[in-house]
Design a protein around this ligand. Structure first.
Ligand SMILES: C[S@@+](CC[C@H](N)C(=O)[O-])C[C@H]1O[C@@H](n2cnc3c(N)ncnc32)[C@H](O)[C@@H]1O
Length: 294
């Protein structure tokens, strides 16, 4: 498949277009809004996902609660607690990863709260462990599989996405979180070093990211899921800071091989995000490369 290198996309010839300011993410109710919105979107999408697939495995590579005092906004909890009993279609298998020793007990308690589901907790680096997971005896190639990559900023290596994407056909679905609100600041004051940034982005293209407007760099990243990882669809969805604000905190790239999956995501997004926003929002998906009928 033909690649689209950065220079061919013309992303860096943007003249005087302004850059998005770095966001200060508030603690308390305003900060709560987008994390809860994000978790509800994931939970709602997976409800529709399982109505189509009738079964499924959920992988959460960065699963610990973002805020230990705000467990209502914790995606893994919402997804697991919302699973119905065995008489209904549901996700049956869950693989939860987190390196933070304070967060692992939360994952273990969540696991223990649903003995009717198969939930494994792994307190190690998802980038290192993903290969152990992707074996036919752990995840059958026919198993409908969804993977949440809810990284803070630079934690998920590009090679991890390559491994996930290469495992089976149709591919493992991904929700990949791409920081927007603080990306420029994080790039300027990186704690992971240039090697860490190259591992995250997959090449040294991260060096020019700060000079590109947020929506364009999200579109560029989304294209890479199709041209480099081979997904059929990969629209990026903005996650907003608050009900009133049009400031984007993250873009969430939804990578899938199924046109129906993207349609269900648009439905979940409209129900969970757009419908809750009184201000005018861009209609979705912002990258109009999805299947017909959206
Ligand atoms: C943004 S938070 C996840 C938020 C969570 N999904 C939620 O809904 O609240 C990112 C998590 O990834 C964990 N983490 C960071 N690097 C990791 C790695 N290499 N492997 C696994 N977990 C990691 C952090 O400890 C943190 O709990």
């Amino acid at each position: 498949m033909e690649k689209e290198p950065l220079d061919q996309l013309g992303l860096f010839d943007l003249g005087g277009l302004p850059q998005a300011p770095t966001l200060e993410i508030p603690k308390g109710p305003a900060g709560h809004f987008w994390t809860e919105n994000k978790a509800r979107l994931i939970e709602r999408y997976l409800f529709y996902f399982v109505q189509i697939t009738r079964h499924g495995t959920y992988i959460d590579g960065f699963a610990g609660p973002q805020d230990l005092e705000d467990l209502d906004a914790w995606s893994a909890r919402l997804v697991i607690e919302s699973q119905p009993g065995p008489e209904s279609f549901r996700l049956q298998r869950f693989h939860l990863f987190d390196t933070n020793a304070k967060k692992v007990p939360f994952l273990e308690r969540l696991r223990d709260s649903r003995p009717d589901l198969q939930i494994s907790v792994c307190p190690r680096d998802f980038n290192e462990e993903v290969c152990r997971l992707l074996k036919p005896e752990v995840i059958r190639p026919t198993e409908a599989t969804f993977c949440l990559i809810d990284q803070h900023t630079f934690e998920c290596r590009w090679s991890t996405l390559q491994t996930l994407a290469a495992y089976k056909t149709p591919k493992i679905e991904l929700f990949y979180f791409f920081a927007e609100g603080w990306l420029n600041r994080a790039l300027a004051n990186t704690t992971v070093g240039t090697e860490g940034l190259t591992a995250w982005w997959g090449n040294d293209g991260w060096r020019t990211l700060s000079s590109v407007r947020g929506a364009l760099r999200a579109q560029h990243l989304a294209r890479r899921f199709r041209y480099e990882l081979g997904y059929a669809y990969s629209p990026p969805f903005p996650v907003y800071m608050s009900r009133q604000s049009q400031q984007v905190v993250y873009y969430m790239v939804h990578a899938s091989d199924h046109p129906k999956a993207i349609q269900q995501m648009v439905r979940a997004y409209r129900e969970q995000v757009s419908a809750r926003e009184p201000v005018e929002q861009p209609s979705l998906p912002m990258e109009l490369a999805g299947p017909p009928g959206l």
